[in-house]
Design a protein around this ligand. Sequence first.
Ligand SMILES: CCCCC/C=C\C/C=C\C/C=C\C/C=C\CCCC(=O)SCCNC(=O)CCNC(=O)[C@H](O)C(C)(C)COP(=O)(O)OP(=O)(O)OC[C@H]1O[C@@H](n2cnc3c(N)ncnc32)[C@H](O)[C@@H]1OP(=O)(O)O
Length: 186
Amino acid sequence: MSSTWTLPDDLVKPEVPDFFPAPGDPLPQHWSKCFGCGDDQPAGMAMSFTAGENCSVTGRLEVAKRYQGGPGVIHGGILSSAFDEVQGTACMILAVPVVTAHLEVDFARPIPLGAVLEFRARLEGTVRRKVYTSSEAYIVEGPGADPNTPVATSRGLFLTVSSEHFAPTAAFVDGVPTSPFETSAV
Ligand SMILES: CCCCC/C=C\C/C=C\C/C=C\C/C=C\CCCC(=O)SCCNC(=O)CCNC(=O)[C@H](O)C(C)(C)COP(=O)(O)OP(=O)(O)OC[C@H]1O[C@@H](n2cnc3c(N)ncnc32)[C@H](O)[C@@H]1OP(=O)(O)O
């Protein structure tokens, strides 16, 4: 992997709040129309997530034929979206809205259509409003399955925002936004 990403020295690891699901339990989608996780988004990726230990989450994506980029392989933008989604979901532990400020991806191996990807992601820590995350993707079922060799990795910087952040785009919302854990304003 070729990233030059470095974590700051003054990272703060958040406490896991009481409302957060126990390790092994499913995490809720953050909003039903989300392209990444929503169950009311037919064009979306319908990712699912499980809580882990120490601010980690696991995500699952089935690589459908419609996600094709190069012949027979996943589109890099779809893979990047999946990383964005799982690393954003790791930020749920903060119980405030976040948006992606920076996302980088290293594509290590071709990922065939029909593969099932497992994303092992974590919230590394926070500095003020900045939330540092990282993730690795593994093929765990289907063609190329090898649960020990990462096929791609990602690092992401998210920023916590207030609910007012979404006010300018409220008129374009397609549906009624839900609140995961009833803790978030969006
Ligand atoms: C799709 C929305 C999802 C919302 C979900 C909300 C709630 C649900 C609860 C939890 C989440 C659960 C699941 C989420 C799952 C998936 C998430 C997908 C998220 C997305 O897909 S979301 C779409 C793409 N995303 C955007 O649409 C953002 C557009 N953008 C902006 O809205 C602004 O750009 C913003 C707000 C990012 C910053 O603006 P700002 O004015 O608030 O902050 P400011 O500039 O002052 O920076 C403060 C400190 O961050 C540093 N900093 C800033 N940007 C940086 C960068 N790029 N690189 C390195 N450092 C950076 C500065 O250097 C400074 O650092 P320092 O503190 O050290 O001074």
